[in-house]
Design a protein around this ligand. Structure first.
Ligand SMILES: *Cc1c(COP(=O)(O)O)cnc(C)c1O
Length: 209
């Protein structure tokens, strides 16, 4: 199982019958976008041996000493940071739900999510990530202008750091129909949420006709 979304704070896969877990520590454990790394955990030593042999043969799995040092010093604050990310994300979600240009907010923390029951059962508290679906009459030009007008949200993929991010996504889902409008994925960082809300508010001028 890939446990990156929940991290070791929200979910302990071995306690739920999972044998092998991978987790990117690039995200919350590092917390500042400067720790490209990951961990592999196996329940059975035989599995761990196979994985270790494989990684040695391919040359993967070597993490820079500076990265290990950063992780060593930051891992203990993962829970505090993750909770702050989740609180900030929820404040942004609440704001987006009230905006006329948003037709849907995608997050398992919301009761309207088809994944909410599973979320409640296994994770209980959210993380930094959510997506918004924009009204389908908004053009790519509007959406790009909105993203460009944001000052506090960086356009980047790898989430989990202290800075907030926004990323236009091209959802490919086979089990559920695709939303009609453009989708933006947000990562809520550790900034003051009022600054983030002010920044989002000023950028909405770009969504007017
Ligand atoms: C980011 C991510 C990874 C890989 O992390 P990197 O260290 O950035 O390559 C793996 N799985 C999931 C679910 C992720 O979000």
């Amino acid at each position: 199982m890939d446990n990156t979304w929940a991290s070791h704070i929200r979910f302990k896969p071995l306690e739920h019958g999972v044998d092998v877990v991978v987790q990117a520590t690039t995200k919350y454990e590092g917390g500042y976008g400067d720790t490209p790394s990951g961990i592999v955990i196996a329940k059975h030593p035989e599995d761990m041996q196979i994985i270790a042999d494989e990684l040695r043969a391919t040359g993967n799995g070597a993490v820079a000493p500076t990265t290990c040092s950063r992780l060593y010093h930051r891992i203990d604050s993962t829970e505090e940071r993750l909770n702050q990310h989740a609180d900030n994300a929820q404040r942004l979600i609440d704001w987006f739900l009230k905006q006329p240009f948003v037709t849907d907010v995608l997050s398992p923390t919301l009761e309207t999510s088809p994944y909410h029951e599973r979320f409640e059962r296994y994770f209980k508290k959210g993380n930094c990530l959510f997506s918004i679906v924009l009204r389908s009459d908004l053009s790519a030009k509007h959406v790009e202008a909105f993203v460009d007008a944001l000052n506090l949200f960086w356009v980047a993929e790898s989430w989990g750091g202290h800075l907030s991010l926004v990323l236009p996504v091209h959802a490919k889902r086979e089990v559920a129909p695709l939303p009609a409008g453009y989708v933006l994925r947000f990562h809520a960082g550790l900034e003051d949420y009022q600054d983030l809300l002010r920044d989002l508010s000023q950028a909405t001028r770009c969504l007017c006709k």
